[in-house]
Design a binder for this molecule. Structure first.
Ligand code: LRH
Ligand code: MN
Length: 423
């Protein structure tokens, strides 16, 4: 699916209007000189399991043209990256994306300008050829044989990641309980930590382990890695290569996620993100579609906390999307998420931190809010578009995706009833 020359015509048609908008914001707002460079360096990893239509237990309504294998998933992420030049990595999920030819897969990804971000293990489903069931958990399981099977799976996932050039393993455990009394919380915690220690010991020196927490689902009474505190306490017991991963949809209602981010960053135990949005539970909706101000506040703490530690914004944390598309075209949904994340980052880079600290030290609460909301209320779309333009991307990726009729082309190529592996 070649975007090339169509992209040039697309930009040519829109350049004059873009330059007017870009000149206007530069005349109105003090844009930090390195802001565009930071946006260009800020690559967001696309989840391999979110390239098809998602669903719920009540139904799944496929849109057609979905990737039928890993090669087509890489092509789809390559397409997104060709359009916005800021989706330069793919995060795989094993065994959904297992490959017998990592060399060929690595070469194909390189052709699309894609790197491999964190690989994800899966001990929340029973695979056809699996000896022991994870019905009652995996790393927490009362049966040592089940724990051993789960540890072995994670070690195999690390090996597949090594073959592809990934540098981190994400462990999300559905482990927990559905009823009071079902689980000895203390023993489940200890078995999970002991199992994680075996996985941690298998990590190459230059790898990280991300431990993702989640409040509930599929267990509905307790989750063994259920919140930031449980994940943080476990990764501290593992070692310096273990960090907590924050999936925005994994919190109880009204949790102050930006404060959690600030603390984990300060403690040097924030590993990365699964960006999405939600109104109620783990809804896995488009990033910035429900609570865009929260996404901005999270990036506000990220910029402050990373600068306080002299961290490299683009490289020192894992920037990944984790979404599921029940009613939107998966690729359009992902284009919207990448745009929303880039916009929140751009707005956070516009916050006048000197003035903010001065207002905080003066307990001038009103001024604090004014300074933050001035940045949030700044239309940064031309800044994000300028970064794309300088990277060779489209000024309006969504319009080009639609003008090219890409979904119809994919349906022609792959069929209307194809179903991608994933959730
Ligand atoms: C769990 C989760 C986890 C993935 C899965 C696809 O809800 O967020 O990150 O393994 O979704
Ligand atoms: Mn997730």
């Amino acid at each position: 699916m070649f975007v090339g020359d169509k992209l040039h015509d697309h930009n040519a048609l829109r350049l004059a209007a873009h330059e007017r908008r870009y000149a206007f914001i530069n005349s109105e707002v003090a844009i930090p000189s390195d802001l565009i460079t930071k946006l260009k360096d800020f690559q967001i990893a696309i989840p391999s399991w979110a390239l098809g239509t998602g669903g719920t237990r009540f139904g799944r309504f496929s849109g057609g043209g979905e990737p039928r294998n890993l090669e087509e998933k890489i092509a789809d992420v390559g397409l997104l990256h060709a359009l916005n030049q800021t989706s330069g990595a793919i995060s795989l999920h094993i065994p959904w994306d297992s490959t017998t030819n990592p060399t060929a897969i690595k070469a194909l990804a390189a052709q699309h300008g894609l790197a491999f971000d964190a690989v994800n293990s899966n001990t929340f489903q029973d695979q056809a050829n699996q000896a022991l069931s994870y019905k009652f958990g995996s790393l927490q399981h009362v049966d040592a044989a089940v724990r051993k099977q789960a540890v072995q799976h994670n070690i195999e996932v690390i090996q597949q990641g090594i073959d592809l050039g990934s540098k981190s393993l994400t462990v999300w455990l559905s482990d927990g309980s559905c009823f009071p009394g079902q689980l000895n919380f203390r023993k489940a915690y200890e078995r999970t930590v002991d199992s994680l220690k075996e996985i941690y010991a298998a990590l190459p020196g230059d790898w990280n382990l991300f431990l993702e927490y989640k409040a509930y689902e599929p267990n509905f009474y307790s989750t063994t890695v259920g919140d930031w505190g449980q994940s943080y306490s476990m990764v501290n017991k593992l070692g310096e290569k273990a960090f907590t991963l924050v999936d925005l949809g994994h919190h109880l209602p009204n949790a102050n996620i930006e404060q959690i981010v600030s603390l984990l960053l300060m403690e040097g135990k924030l590993g990365g993100f699964h960006f999405n949005d939600s109104k109620y539970g783990d809804d896995d909706l488009t990033a910035g579609s429900i609570k865009p101000y929260q996404l901005f506040l999270i990036f506000n703490e990220l910029v402050d906390g990373m600068d306080a530690k002299g961290m490299n914004h683009a490289k020192d944390l894992g920037w990944m999307i984790d979404a599921s598309h029940n009613v939107k075209d998966p690729l359009e949904d992902l284009l919207q998420s990448v745009e929303a994340i880039q916009m929140a980052y751009a707005q956070a880079l516009l916050v006048d931190r000197t003035a903010l600290e001065a207002a905080r030290n003066a307990n001038d609460v009103v001024a604090c809010q004014e300074i933050l909301q001035t940045a949030f209320r700044t239309d940064v779309r031309s800044l994000v578009a300028q970064a794309r333009l300088e990277l060779g991307g489209a000024l309006d990726p969504m319009a080009l995706f639609r003008d090219l009729g890409i979904r119809n082309q994919l349906i022609q190529q792959r069929g209307a009833k194809t179903q991608a592996t994933g959730l």
